[in-house]
Design a binder for this molecule. Structure first.
Ligand code: ARG
Length: 470
């Protein structure tokens, strides 16, 4: 007798087609859900025993059978056992193993329970745990970037900040690093919210869709698992994967800043730019060109993010195609969402390691910082501060830039003298080097050393507050 026909009890006369069973199985992908399914089963035993649906001895026997499965999962023997038998999913596999260990008690485990509420609960627990992991991951990345920003403040390292990839205005490297850290702080807030939402309502005890006639103590189960409360509507509970998808979303969102930083690192690492050197531990060579030092990890982070984003989006869109309640499509959604989460975690871990291995070439950055007339805006601002209107200031400085460009030289004191004539005849008091330029910035959140210091203080305070809420 095959597992398939055992599984469905008396309804079927013939065993299922093994090829179709294999097609419909998510077992391999589910193995990482095993600890969460076990917790769900332990909670269900409490619900059954608490409501008086099973005798205390049966509950105790189920607990010890579940302990044994936990030990087998820990020892990695369970996966081989389950794979060989060919189950549809981890939930069926664990239930079958419990029955194999203790046939009498094991036959009570599924009382009042469907795989529909079981899988929904398991996935909520997984989502909450992985959101907490994500929170720790992005917090570590943000903290490392902030620490590196502080280091870049003494001495004040400068570079040409860009827009459209073109030289724009000088900025502090510390300011760039802080800009890299900020989105990860927002991601940390998002992960904290997802972890809370995932544990708001417990699906367990919803049965297949309508609840149960058995006296299940759902409150006891919710308390055991750490959910705020049992869910309000069984039909909604079995058909929703909001927590899982929100978790996948949060991970995908966290990959986006990593990909954008990676894109910048890839161009900075080119010897034609020379702002960073990819460390030996993270660079790749070429099988043909002996001189190469390639930024492969950053390229994989950039491309891998696309995969994560599409897996996370696919999960949502697949679920939008079906009506309320459980549909098998939700199994396919689960796989997309879990893939997104696991892939994103690996990606961000690689990003964190490779970024730590980067060396900035501060001298090259500084040498290029005023290249491309990046002080022009400061000069226009100086004219405005002397009372010239913004349009005229812009035009006058633009004309001097055009002239300097024609003469093949950078901006110098002669330009400040010429501009000064427009505002009363003295040389304009305006920066002619990148460091003076950033120091002249006066607004909150700007690239001045003082503003960056204050912003880093605030960023680190926010990280500490998020960590203490956990
Ligand atoms: N294997 C399914 C999944 O992971 C769970 C089974 C739910 N119920 C069912 N009637 N097929 O989504």
């Amino acid at each position: 007798m095959s597992v398939g026909s055992l599984q469905w009890g008396g309804r079927f006369r013939r065993a299922p087609d093994p090829a179709l069973l294999a097609f419909g199985s998510s077992l391999e992908d589910d193995l990482l859900l095993a600890p969460f399914d076990l917790e769900t089963s332990r909670a269900h035993v409490r619900a059954l025993a608490g409501g008086g649906a099973i005798a205390p001895e049966i509950a105790a026997a189920l607990e010890s059978a579940l302990d044994r499965v936990a030990a087998e999962i820990e020892a990695e023997s369970f996966a081989a056992w389950a794979s060989e038998k060919g189950f549809e999913d981890i939930h069926g596999a664990i239930d079958a193993r419990v029955r194999e260990i203790d046939a009498v008690a094991g036959s009570w485990l599924h009382a009042g329970r469907s795989r529909n509420d079981q899988v929904a609960t398991t996935l909520a627990l997984y989502a909450a745990a992985r959101a907490r992991d994500g929170l720790a991951r992005v917090t570590a990345i943000a903290a490392a970037l902030a620490a590196r920003a502080r280091n870049a403040l003494a001495p004040e390292s400068v570079l040409a900040g860009t827009t459209h990839g073109q030289p724009a205005q000088p900025i502090l490297l510390a300011f760039w690093l802080q800009a890299a850290a900020e989105p990860f702080v927002r991601c940390a807030q998002r992960f904290a919210a997802v972890a809370r939402e995932a544990m708001a309502m417990m699906p367990l005890g919803s049965g297949a869709l309508a609840g149960s006639c058995l006296p299940l103590d759902r409150a006891a189960a919710a308390r055991y698992l750490g959910f705020a409360t049992p869910s309000r509507n069984a039909l909604d509970s079995v058909g929703t994967r909001d927590a899982l998808f929100a978790c996948a979303d949060a991970w995908a969102r966290a990959c986006v800043p990593a990909a954008r930083i990676a894109a910048e690192v890839v161009s900075w690492a080119s010897p034609l730019v020379g702002y960073v050197r990819i460390g030996d531990a993270s660079a790749s060579g070429s099988s043909l060109m002996p001189q190469k030092r390639n930024p492969d990890i950053f390229e994989l982070v950039r491309a891998g993010t696309q995969r994560v984003l599409s897996d996370a989006g696919t999960a949502w869109s697949m679920s939008a195609a079906v009506g309320l309640s459980y549909h098998r499509d939700l199994q396919e959604c689960k796989q997309s969402a879990v893939d997104a989460i696991e892939r994103a975690d690996a990606l961000l871990s690689a990003f964190e390691r490779a970024f730590a291995d980067l060396e900035f070439d501060l001298a090259t950055m500084e040498r290029q910082a005023t290249h491309g007339y990046t002080l022009a805006t400061d000069h226009a601002d100086a004219l405005i501060l002397h009372g010239l209107d913004a349009r005229r200031a812009h035009r006058l400085v633009g004309e001097r830039v055009a002239l300097a460009e024609e003469q093949g030289r950078s901006f110098d004191a002669s330009d400040l003298l010429a501009l000064g004539e427009a505002v009363g005849g003295t040389a304009l008091a305006a920066p002619l080097d990148a460091r003076s330029s950033v120091r002249a910035k006066a607004t909150e959140g700007s690239s001045s050393p003082e503003a960056v210091r204050r912003s880093l203080d605030a960023l680190e305070r926010e990280l500490a507050a998020i960590a203490s809420e956990r």
